[in-house]
Design a protein around this ligand. Structure first.
Ligand code: SF4
Length: 457
């Protein structure tokens, strides 16, 4: 999961692009970058770390021009290193011809990467956006297809998830995979155009929301204005339901619907038919806050923010060794002193992946005197890996892969565990059939060979 920005026709585009990335920092904290065009030349800067630390005023000053593409990265394919950070440049004879930034995962990446290397190109990193950039560049400029046809060819050959922006010295393109896994919206500001992963990026720069890049669609903005180019037919939509459950900000609109509204409905659906007795509902901040709030309202149990989160513990702070990871849970969450003593609490989270964090939190509440801890989860059990831009582990490391709820509750040290059912989750979104639920069901979209083979479906 990553965040993207694209701007066209806005004075000093680097500044609003940077603000838009800042608003989408939750979508990726490992690295970030911006490329701009002054109408003739592309300028780029990327770095490891947060937007505020990488895209400093003195850097933005060097990124001249009225169009830009930008990216915040959360690594799924390829390690956290500078070669994998975006935007990527396609360079020919020493001249950058375009910059590209993308959100998603490509499921036939090895095959496409090998093709590019066979054409004499070296892949500097290991992430999919570099393969997208080089593939499109080779077809467009070496094979003479031109950009429009090369993008369309990419959309016919590449499978998986991608919401992508591509900037040439004079044009901005935005295109999205035919299933529409990741969100991508458009806006207008002062006669210019903005493209972003989430609408919150438009709000922050006071751009007006105008719509979305349709799945399978290609948009181009140039000196002659907007062109809607022929894309590819998509078949079924598979919007990632986890954007609503966890990833997107609650103040965003994604897939045509308010994230806050969906989370509110999730909390209500989770409360429906639940009769566990408790003194308080405690959401795990921040992503479970709204689910916990509406669960508590529906149950008539007081909501207490009993776990305080330290917002300054970024992913980059967390060292990869296990000892530090254990400490990281303590660094990130601290219980209100004295609050849990003798109480029965409902601990609400949005989802359980490996179960490592929630197990430590349950232990923490017990060490602080909680009498009973009942887990309530705003999604069904995750039983399968994701291949579309979310960093889930191998299936065998998913705590619910082969365990029923009572067994998972035992593993996590909780008195009880209740998930939201799949039917319950489907009832929380407007167009339930437009969403992907593969990590719950193993029913991957047709054509994803890697997913069906690895998941054993
Ligand atoms: S498998 Fe799960 S996390 Fe991945 S795109 Fe589908 S719903 Fe989202």
């Amino acid at each position: 999961m990553c965040g993207i920005m694209g701007l066209y026709g806005l004075q000093d585009a680097a500044i609003p692009a940077c603000e838009g990335l800042f608003a989408q920092q939750h979508r990726g904290q490992d690295s970030c970058g911006l490329a701009t065009s002054d109408g003739e030349t592309l300028h780029r800067f990327r770095g490891m770390g947060l937007v505020r630390d990488v895209l400093k005023p003195e850097v933005l000053h060097t990124l001249q021009g009225s169009s830009a593409v930008g990216h915040v990265r959360y690594p799924t394919q390829g390690a956290a290193r500078i070669e994998n950070s975006q935007p990527h440049l396609f360079v020919k004879e020493g001249r950058p011809l375009f910059a590209l930034a993308s959100n998603g995962d490509i499921t036939n990446l090895p095959e496409l990467g090998r093709e590019i290397e066979a054409r004499g190109y070296v892949l500097e990193g290991t992430n999919d956006a570099e393969v997208i950039a080089k593939t499109i560049g080779v077809w467009a400029f070496d094979d003479g297809l031109g950009l429009e046809a090369a993008i369309r060819r990419w959309m016919e050959r590449g499978s998986g998830a991608y919401s992508t922006v591509l900037l040439t010295p004079t044009e901005l393109y935005a295109f999205r995979d035919p299933h529409g896994f990741r969100p991508m919206c458009t806006g207008e500001k002062e006669g210019g155009v903005v493209v972003a992963s989430e609408s919150v990026a438009l709000d922050i720069i006071r751009a007006r929301f105008t719509g979305t890049v349709e799945p399978g669609g290609i948009l181009r903005w140039g000196p002659d204005g907007l062109s809607r180019l022929r894309g590819v037919e998509g078949g079924a939509r598979h919007h990632c339901i986890f954007e609503h459950i966890y990833f997107a900000r609650p103040d965003s609109q994604v897939f045509g619907e308010s994230v806050f509204d969906v989370r509110r409905r999730i909390g209500e659906a989770l409360a429906d038919g639940d009769d566990v007795a408790a003194d308080a509902v405690v959401p795990i901040p921040d992503s479970a806050n709204y689910i916990g709030l509406s669960y508590a309202n529906a149950r008539g149990i007081p909501l207490v923010f009993g776990l305080v989160r330290n917002h300054y513990v970024g992913r980059s702070f967390i060292a990869p060794d296990q000892v530090m990871r254990d400490d990281a849970v303590r660094l990130k969450f601290n219980p209100l002193p004295g609050f849990f003593r003798g109480k029965s609490v409902v601990l609400v989270d949005d989802s359980i992946v490996r179960g490592t964090t929630i197990r430590k939190l349950v232990r923490m509440l017990r060490e602080n005197g909680a009498r009973e801890v009942h887990l309530r989860i705003g999604s069904p059990p995750i039983r399968y890996s994701c291949y579309y831009g979310i960093d889930t582990p191998d299936r065998e490391r998913l705590v619910a892969a082969h365990r029923a709820a009572p067994e998972v509750a035992d593993q996590l040290g909780a008195n009880s565990l209740r998930y939201l059912s799949l039917e319950g989750l489907r009832s929380c979104v407007r167009n339930a059939s437009h969403f992907c639920y593969a990590c719950f069901t193993g029913a991957y979209p047709a054509g994803c060979k890697r997913a069906t083979q690895e998941a054993g479906c």
